[in-house]
Design a protein around this ligand. Structure first.
Ligand code: HSE
Length: 326
């Protein structure tokens, strides 16, 4: 049987959005692309460009491959397809709180699923992706696009995806250090004071309502958190100073993106404050000796999708025509 290649594009994501710890997420217009070929012969070939090149493992530990393998096992196709050619072009910064691992997982699942005839629908892909990632709040927007509210009950994962009724922009400060999610979760307490739980219940309800209604004044009040950001602040030098600086420069509010260390400031279209907010965030980080890049992003509304599909080329042809993940 001929081997086929497929190309998948998956957005980066920001989880939590302040009060919605492990629950809320959004997809942004920053993408990783995977070109995947499943091979009948065992063996893995990698070509990783862009973010994470040289750091991402190029062997059995690779998370794209682990996701592909899980999908093949669950569909009993793992004896048929025992290896892969994995070419990636990554724009999502690695291990910074913009959903790089979710993007890798979803890319692997989506690509392999398409190559074997789409046995799983998006909800089933969500279950597999959550099983690998451990929580749904990054994988859900990576799959569905837009904003997502995800819940987990036992092994059942549900996601409600919606588009906010306002044109949001995100000014993201990307510090020049990595923060593994595992480390950022270790600092969190197992139990929280009731007052903090109530604080978050109110904020998260208000945040969803404000996004759905396009209510800017309420959105300003909703971007705060008591469940994870206060504990993680010690891992991100100057976090609250950056929040303050972004607010003074005109941001509606600023949150820790996922487990960090990226910080994400919300603005709305037409105010043209992104450049000033970005500068203010960068300067506030610099005062704490942290170098940060600034990205101005918008919402992705499409989620993971297949770009094209074609018969697998031989290496010599591939060198000419594959080069083409850009
Ligand atoms: N909800 C997760 C966390 C997102 O904050 O730990 C990180 O992947």
């Amino acid at each position: 049987m001929a081997e086929r290649s497929i190309r998948v594009r998956v957005p980066g994501t920001s989880a939590n959005l302040g009060a919605g710890f492990d629950t809320l997420g959004l997809a942004c217009n920053l993408y990783n692309e995977l070109e995947l070929t499943l091979t009948h012969d065992p063996g893995l070939t990698f070509d990783i460009q862009g973010e994470g090149a040289g750091r991402i493992p190029e062997d059995e530990r690779n998370i794209v491959w682990r996701s592909i393998r899980l999908l093949l096992e669950r569909t009993h196709r793992d004896r048929e397809y025992r290896g892969a050619v994995i070419r990636m072009k990554n724009d999502v910064p690695l291990s910074r709180g913009l959903g790089s691992s979710a993007a890798a997982i979803v890319a692997g699942l989506k690509g392999a699923n398409a190559l074997i005839g789409n046995p799983f629908n998006r909800r089933e892909i969500l279950h597999l992706a959550t099983e690998i990632e451990g929580h749904p709040d990054n994988v859900a927007p990576a799959i569905f696009g837009g904003c997502t509210i995800s819940t987990v009950k036992g092994r059942h994962v549900d996601t409600f995806a919606f588009f906010p009724r306002m044109q949001l922009h995100f000014v993201v400060a990307v510090p020049d250090f990595y923060l593994p999610t595992k480390k950022a979760r270790e600092v969190l307490p197992d139990t929280v004071p009731r007052a903090d739980a109530i604080f978050n219940v109110g904020r998260v309800a208000l945040l969803v309502a404000a996004l759905m209604k396009g209510n800017v004044p309420f959105l300003r009040h909703a971007l705060d958190d008591a469940l994870h950001q206060p504990y993680r602040a010690k891992l991100i030098p100057g976090m609250y100073d950056v929040f303050r600086a972004a607010g003074e420069a005109g941001a509606l509010g600023t949150v820790l993106s996922g487990a960090g260390p990226c910080l994400l400031a919300f603005t709305i279209d037409g105010e043209h404050r992104e450049a000033a907010i970005g500068r203010a965030m960068q300067q506030a980080f610099a005062a704490h000796d942290v170098k940060a890049d600034i990205k101005v992003l918008g919402l992705d509304t499409k989620g993971a999708h297949i770009i094209n599909e074609r018969p697998h080329m031989h290496e010599s042809e591939g060198a000419k025509s594959h080069g083409g993940l850009h």
